[in-house]
Design a protein around this ligand. Sequence first.
Ligand SMILES: [Zn+2]
Ligand SMILES: [Zn+2]
Length: 51
Amino acid sequence: MAENKKCAHPSCQCQARADSKYCSPYCEAAGTTTEIQCNCGHPECSATTTV
Ligand SMILES: [Zn+2]
Ligand SMILES: [Zn+2]
């Protein structure tokens, strides 16, 4: 069963990778720093409208 866990970056809407708390190196670098918007580049975060 796939484990759905959100990226640990507070501003990120993506699912984290299986081997990481984060979805991308960007979020890994940002860590738990709260940002206005995530810039990881994934569609979930690029979209201005939240689904
Ligand atoms: Zn993101
Ligand atoms: Zn992320």
